[in-house]
Design a protein around this ligand. Sequence first.
Ligand SMILES: Nc1ncnc2c1ncn2[C@@H]1O[C@H](COP(=O)(O)OP(=O)(O)O)[C@@H](O)[C@H]1O
Ligand SMILES: [Mg+2]
Length: 221
Amino acid sequence: MRPQFITFEGLDGSGKSTHLRMAIEWLRGQGTEVEQTHEPGGTPLGSVLRAALLGGEVTPADGVVELMLVFTSRRQNLLQRIDPALAAGKTVICDRFTDSTYAYQGYGRGVAMEAIAALDRIATGGRQPDLTLLFDLPPEVARQRSHSHRRQAQADGTDRLDAEGLEFYRRVREGYLELAALEEERFRVIDSSGPHSETAAQVRQALAGLVAKESAVRRQG
Ligand SMILES: Nc1ncnc2c1ncn2[C@@H]1O[C@H](COP(=O)(O)OP(=O)(O)O)[C@@H](O)[C@H]1O
Ligand SMILES: [Mg+2]
């Protein structure tokens, strides 16, 4: 089986980073070589764009400006990180990818889905992950978690997207669930509202399916 491209999606505070760290440790323990990256970011150019996007330079919040920044970062990440790692036979786990753009700029900000698809064709050739884990939970809970997490991590607290109202995050969550329903094969919806251990068990199950497939192919080959 060719190396897998896996993405983690969900609201801020839904547990992507927490479970990404655990997933990588587990996959490496299974003998899988893993490369980790994230969006926006993952490359030097991506870091600059991420800072612009989250730091308040994009004002007033305009969906199309956001759209072009995130796709610029994404293309650079594909060229510089994701494709070379896959070509070297590594599994790639990316924290956010194009589904985030549909969820946040499309469902959240109301940018036309057609415009997103058009830019996606230009930037990635319509590239799709092999597997996407969607960490789902009510926005109220996600917000609480990301706040207490941030208070520990950094003193200054919130970023620009963080300042959006709950209505915005409700649209983003519903958007994610719609995307998952449209592509049931690719998505695994992980219920992230409960304790860590329950979420981790679901992540493990989703990844174990992949590892089993991989070793079956290795045995055949
Ligand atoms: N079931 C759970 N899964 C993941 N994180 C949880 C869970 N319950 C509580 N948390 C807490 O929520 C926060 C999630 O933050 P993080 O993993 O950084 O999310 P994200 O990367 O999606 O923004 C952490 O502080 C974590 O300890
Ligand atoms: Mg994170």
